[in-house]
Design a binder for this molecule. Structure first.
Ligand code: ZN
Length: 121
């Protein structure tokens, strides 16, 4: 299965079947594994404004192909958070939270806010 077929299948089934899990891991290797783990553990949250992924060292905001993690910002590559949100979005595998994440941001997360406002404005 190639990447295009995988995404078509995910959209069609709207669920991550055991077969599709295997394909995700084969096609995306480490990123795929980490994305599936986060989905399994309910670490993808959809706030009213942003998707938020809880990773090993904090929460990352994912929006329109942008992520606030170090991998994304400093290595310019696609990180597993983006992949996790893409999978969660097409399959509905996320927790819906009826709050604005911008209102939830605490002072300790101020540096994320800085990255985001830089990107969005
Ligand atoms: Zn990321």
């Amino acid at each position: 299965m190639d990447v295009d077929t995988l995404w078509k299948e995910l959209e069609q089934h709207r669920t991550i079947t055991p077969g599709l899990r295997q394909h995700i891991i084969r096609l995306y290797s480490r990123r795929g594994k980490l994305a599936l783990e986060a989905i399994d553990e309910g670490r993808i949250k959809k706030y009213l404004d942003f998707f938020v992924v809880t990773g090993t060292s904090g929460e990352y905001v994912v929006d329109e192909g942008f992520c606030t993690c170090r991998d994304f910002i400093f290595r310019g590559g696609r990180c597993w958070h983006l992949l996790a949100v893409d999978i969660a979005r097409v399959t509905g595998s996320y927790q819906r939270i009826d709050l604005w994440y911008q209102d939830v941001w605490a002072g300790e997360n101020a540096h994320y806010k800085q990255y985001l406002s830089f990107e969005i404005e």
